[in-house]
Design a protein around this ligand. Structure first.
Ligand code: CMP
Length: 139
């Protein structure tokens, strides 16, 4: 299978508890190349734009509040089958259902404060990568 790109976020809860280094290590150990990385804070409107597909969900306001509550690390990842493999390494959205060895099992507190984000398909990966990275910023 040919190389594929996906988009990831280390969320404010994981950055706050100093889990960034461990998560980056898990990413490298799993065979991903980090081709883009930046630490930043986003405001409420920027979080709403990123999560626009969830606008009608009851948790949307709280999710956007949380995602703009502190620094995040945005990542562009590359490997064969990157989208599915990153979702597997993250573990289930709700850490109560996450398997042993996954990032969410180790670092997430609950379904909202769930440590990491990952694109769920090729079209969302394209949108999410372009939301945070210009083409020239990727290696
Ligand atoms: P993420 O992969 O970033 O995509 C959307 C996010 O919404 C998800 O991770 C969770 O953090 C959050 N989310 C999904 N379902 C719920 C829920 N039922 N209650 C609160 N937050 C949720």
């Amino acid at each position: 299978m040919k190389s594929q790109r996906t988009f990831a976020i280390i969320k404010p809860d994981a950055v706050k508890k100093n889990a960034t280094g461990d998560i980056l290590n898990m990413i490298h150990t799993a065979g991903f190349r980090i081709i883009g990385m930046r630490m930043l804070e986003i405001n409420r409107e920027q979080a709403e734009g990123f999560y626009a597909v969830h606008a009608e969900r009851p948790f949307f306001a709280s999710l956007c509040e949380f995602m703009s509550s502190g620094p995040i690390v945005v990542l562009a990842l590359e490997k064969e089958n990157a989208i599915a493999d990153w979702r597997k390494l993250m573990g289930a959205t709700n850490p109560a259902n996450a398997e042993a060895g996954t990032i969410r099992k180790k670092h997430a507190a609950n379904i909202e404060h769930n440590a990491v984000h990952g694109s769920d398909a090729e079209d969302t990966a394209r949108f999410e990568l372009s939301y945070f990275f210009a083409g020239y910023e990727l290696f």
